[in-house]
Ligand binder design. Structure first.
Ligand code: F1P
Length: 315
């Protein structure tokens, strides 16, 4: 790896949103440029997504290791871009992604039977954060990441209680998730989870971008869920307060108590950098979607029109 190395994260669905957060985490910690693209953008729009004049490390991510678009992207890179080195990330070492690549990491413990991805998302994000911190030789960040499994265990009960409680509130017809930086992909992933499990209209935005137009949709039926860190807390709470003033129902997930800003607040464990804290936001968001689905009489693990893997034919 040189300082010019470009990290190109690739995925579909949840794995694409994971790619977005991972790219931001990589660039923040290593200083190298890192981007995230949907797998189809590699083999259908490679001229505008694959850097040509710098060394590239592509990291295709796929829980199943069998999603067609991810496999097409890898095959395309292998055929047409020999300056690109590829490291796969999957939860199945015996599936196709690992089989077609000389180098891949497999998190077998995070392989899920469910259609909807939950623990595989957080596990793969954490693995990529470990890789980023190792590349950057940041022992301080590695030490923070090592604390996360215990912190997650301690925090899980309050995350579930929070997710369950907010899922029981009636009257919201649309949900907006807000997050920036490393939390961008988390907000999009939370949106996807709610959509898959409940088919409820929902969107995700950068919190400050939300004021630039989308805020027009806020009414009393709008619920807004904002993910804030220490760095952006002041700005995000102002957005939350604006939305609340317009009649929207708001929740804030932040590393410390921000009294009276939102209708509901979940305080995340402190003593961590915003970068390291990322995965701790997800259980409450996953539980929210899960309990919402159960409350609606839906099977959270049986989203309509969706299979565990999307398989398409090459054209
Ligand atoms: C990606 C994905 C999931 C989605 C569904 C279909 O899977 O799009 O995000 O929830 O299960 O597949 P993968 O490539 O990570 O296995």
């Amino acid at each position: 790896m040189t300082p010019l190395t470009h990290f190109l994260f690739i995925g579909c669905g949840t794995s694409y949103y994971l790619a977005q957060s991972a790219a931001r985490a990589f660039q923040q910690v290593t200083g190298c440029v890192a981007t995230a693209v949907a797998a189809s953008e590699v083999f259908l729009a490679g001229d505008s997504t694959i850097p040509r004049n710098v060394p590239v490390v592509a990291i295709p991510i796929s829980r199943s290791g069998t999603t067609s678009e991810v496999l097409f992207a890898v095959t395309y890179l292998q055929q047409y871009h020999d300056h690109v080195k590829i490291l796969g990330l999957t939860c199945h070492e015996d599936h196709e992604l690992a089989a077609i690549l000389p180098h891949s990491i497999s998190l077998g413990h995070a392989a899920e039977q469910s259609i909807v991805m939950t623990q595989s998302f957080t596990s793969m994000l954490l693995a990529l954060q470990f890789i980023a911190a190792s590349i950057a030789q940041r022992d301080d960040l590695l030490a923070e990441l090592e604390r996360l499994p215990d912190l997650m265990n301690d925090f899980m009960a309050s995350a579930e209680a929070f997710g369950r409680r907010v899922s029981q509130r009636e009257g919201s017809g649309q949900y907006i998730f807000l997050g920036l930086g490393v939390y961008t992909g988390l907000a999009f992933e939370a949106m996807l989870k709610l959509k898959e499990m409940t088919q409820t209209p929902c969107e995700a935005y950068n919190p400050l971008e939300f004021r630039h137009g989308p805020i027009s949709i806020v009414d009393q039926k709008t619920a807004v869920i904002a993910l804030a860190g220490d760095e952006d807390l002041k700005y995000v709470t102002e957005v939350v307060s604006d939305i609340r003033g317009l009649g929207g129902y708001t929740w804030l997930m932040a590393p410390r108590q921000s009294v009276n800003v939102a209708d509901e607040t979940l305080s995340l464990p402190g003593g961590l950098s915003d970068w390291a804290r990322a995965i701790l936001y997800m259980p409450a968001l996953h539980y929210f979607a899960y309990h919402k689905a159960v409350g609606l009489g839906l099977n959270p693990d049986g989203p309509r029109h969706l299979d565990q893997v999307v398989v398409i034919q090459a054209q």
